[in-house]
Design a protein around this ligand. Structure first.
Ligand code: GDP
Ligand code: MG
Length: 360
């Protein structure tokens, strides 16, 4: 610093230690040493916080909240029958006429039992679930833990259980493959109790276990009943009206349609024409597509729906917010971009902070 003061003095500029310089003067002086000045605003307001606040207030007050359908994730060890169970439920419950129309999965679907809906998320994977928890944004209300009765509790069963437990999500255990001759329901229950501390209800504990065969369909109806029962107790709520928000569970770039994102709506009503932002992607909803590939006009809480209209592919697990206009959505996405840029530059470049600069 004394060298700078001396150098400047030689040029006829008098500087004192601790003096606050204008940005222009700072840049000017820095350039003489080949340094670049970067402005870091420590007290920058995060505009997303204001968005979140309005929802938080509604939840705090509680008066506007209503029940919404449960969002369910099926987890468990590889080959224990997750996909088969999901397929079986879908086939059993989706109206015949609609099945023919399914061309591609959007990563989630909804079924209806006696007028009550349940949303199933297809394949979130374990890593996805961890991230979900990390961000405190739960896409899932209930976990169905699939354990094959011929194989018992395995490493990924334990892993899945740990995720569900940390996220504080209620667990229903589906003891699968009971049609197999070597299936051992009792041994599986024993392992659930000893390895996971999940003591089945019929053994005096409080863990709901349902014996099923995803292959024959036996017990599948019971799984659905249990999901409805558990969801009633779990008190799953939403703000039914107003600007929607949701969580992205799947996203990709489609050659013909551009960026596609599947989300589960958590609050409000998502409509075609809405301005949206998800992290650094902005856009306007050009089309909403449901799980049967049909275009719909609006989506409600717990509905899975695909959005066409983002300007870039949004990250899985980012939160989608509906905002008032395009300017707002662009400003928010710009802010996210700036934050990302900042993170990058902090890790890639050596920063000289003002404090450092002054003590040189
Ligand atoms: P995932 O890895 O958990 O998704 O498991 P899958 O659904 O792909 O099933 C793995 C294998 O187990 C497949 O060959 C299924 O046909 C078979 N499977 C799944 N459920 C059952 C069941 O209830 N009974 C029998 N016998 N086989 C099953
Ligand atoms: Mg599978």
């Amino acid at each position: 610093i004394s060298k700078i003061i001396k150098d400047q003095f030689m040029k006829g500029i008098i500087l004192r230690p601790g003096q606050i310089l204008s940005m222009e003067d700072t840049r000017n002086i820095a350039s003489q040493y080949g340094w670049e000045i970067e402005l870091i605003q420590e007290d920058e307001i995060n505009p997303f916080e204001r968005l979140v606040e309005s929802y938080q207030n509604a939840y705090r007050e509680g008066t506007r909240l209503v029940q919404r359908p449960p969002v369910v994730t099926v987890m468990g060890h590889v080959d224990h029958g997750k996909t088969t169970l999901l397929d079986r439920i879908r086939k059993a419950k989706v109206a015949e006429g609609e099945i023919g129309g399914i061309t591609q999965s959007i990563g989630a679907y909804q079924v209806e039992i006696r007028g009550k809906k349940i949303t199933f998320i297809d394949t979130p994977g374990h890593e996805a679930f961890t991230e979900m928890r990390a961000r405190g944004a739960q896409a899932t209300d209930i976990v169905v833990l699939v354990v094959a009765a011929d194989d018992g509790v395995m490493p990924q069963t334990i892993e899945a259980y740990n995720h569900a437990k940390t996220a504080n999500v209620p667990i229903i255990v589906a003891i699968n493959k009971i049609d197999k001759p070597n299936a051992n329901i009792d041994l599986t229950k024993q392992q659930l109790a000893s390895k996971l501390g999940l003591v089945p209800e019929d053994w005096g504990g409080d863990t709901v276990t349902v014996p099923v065969s995803a292959k024959t369909g036996k017990g599948v109806e019971d799984v659905l009943e249990m999901i409805l029962l558990v969801s009633e107790v779990a008190d799953i709520k939403c703000i039914p009206q107003g600007h929607a928000r949701g969580i992205i569970i799947d996203s990709k770039l489609d050659k013909a349609m551009g960026p596609l994102a599947t989300l589960v709506v958590k609050d409000g009503v998502l409509k075609v024409g809405d301005y949206v932002v998800a992290g650094s992607s902005a856009g306007r909803v050009k089309a909403l597509i449901n799980e049967n590939g049909k275009r719909i006009k609006e989506a409600h809480p717990s509905d899975p729906v695909q959005i066409i209209g983002f300007d870039e592919v949004p990250d899985v697990h980012s939160i989608v917010y509906v905002v008032d206009d395009l300017d707002t959505s662009r400003a928010l996405s710009q802010y996210s971009k700036g934050q990302l840029q900042k993170e990058k530059s902090v890790t890639n470049r050596r920063h000289v902070r003002l404090e450092e600069f002054l003590s040189m």
